[in-house]
Design a protein around this ligand. Structure first.
Ligand SMILES: C[S@@+](CC[C@H](N)C(=O)[O-])C[C@H]1O[C@@H](n2cnc3c(N)ncnc32)[C@H](O)[C@@H]1O
Length: 273
């Protein structure tokens, strides 16, 4: 049986469920959401390096590839490759690229670790945002090591790595206080086909966090959808030690991308080289 993290995003962003108008509005919204990443890259990498326009970029767990298209639109990269496990998301990303008239982004529907000779490697910039590393590490005992070795090997010596992580320390405390399982309900706005979601959060023996979500359909609460992620929590010290172990020398932390309201509490960004 596949690990839950490998199949979790299958069928997410199914292109067929969007009308033309919904699709275009959604893509525009997603591109706009990337302005915080773009400004971060301009401020923290472009300022330190004057040849960013020629950057060869790789995104791991690229989802719908919005960030790669936003980087292309802003003329910050010369090529981009996105690895994404979910076939529905890669299909969506390809349609997204047609919409933005992209010329330099390639979406690859496979686990990045299986690509031994990535196109355009070594890269100037490797990005894994929105807890991607935390989804990769729990897959098996050596995934964390393989992922960090792959990244170091495929990054230029003076290239940059950007990670977005979530320490989850509040949740760890809440799980302990609630004797091993913390539950919380969420409700969604009227336009959403799902009305409520019950999150059940617990810990595995090795410290990884099991995050189960059960969604209840609006007006039909017996219609449900289930989603499981297993997340490895990383404190700043833990990730700093790991990155040093795998060859990174300069590691900087940021508590948000651009303004303090653009990140969830306990999320942080790592810039390493
Ligand atoms: C939380 S989502 C983030 C998506 C995107 N980075 C964003 O910011 O919207 C994590 C994504 O990583 C993908 N993923 C997880 N493990 C992967 C792997 N080993 N190779 C490629 N993609 C992976 C998942 O399929 C999922 O779409």
């Amino acid at each position: 049986m596949s690990h839950p993290n490998i199949v979790a995003y299958e069928n997410v962003e199914n292109f067929d469920s969007f009308s033309k108008e919904q699709f275009e509005d959604y893509c525009n919204l997603k591109i706009n959401e990337c302005s915080k990443h773009i400004n971060f890259i301009k401020k923290n990498i472009l300022n330190a390096r004057n040849n960013i326009e020629k950057s060869k970029t790789c995104e791991i767990g690229s989802g719908n590839s919005k960030l790669l298209y936003a980087l292309e639109k802003n003329k910050l990269i010369s090529s981009g490759i996105g690895y994404e496990l979910s076939k529905s998301r890669v299909n969506f990303a390809n349609k997204f690229g047609e919409f933005t008239k992209s010329k330099i982004i390639k979406n690859v529907d496979q686990d990045f670790l299986l690509d031994k000779n990535p196109l355009d490697s070594p890269f100037d910039l490797i990005i894994a945002v929105d807890i991607v590393l935390q989804l990769i590490s729990p897959i098996n005992i050596d995934h964390e090591k393989k992922a960090l070795q792959w990244i170091r090997k495929n990054l230029k010596t003076d290239g940059y790595l950007i990670l977005e992580l979530w320490s989850l320390s509040n949740y760890i405390e809440l799980i302990e206080k609630q004797n091993g399982i913390y539950r919380k309900w969420e409700s969604f706005s009227d336009e959403d086909p799902w009305e409520f979601c019950l999150a059940e959060i617990s810990r595995m023996e090795n410290g990884d966090i099991i995050w189960d979500k059960t969604f209840l359909k609006r007006n039909k609460s017996n219609e449900r959808s289930f989603f499981r992620n297993i997340l490895r929590p990383y404190s700043k010290d833990q990730i700093s030690n790991l990155l040093k172990k795998y060859g990174f020398e300069v590691i900087k932390f940021f508590d948000f991308w651009e303004t303090s309201s653009d990140s969830v509490e306990e999320e942080y960004i790592v810039l390493a080289k």
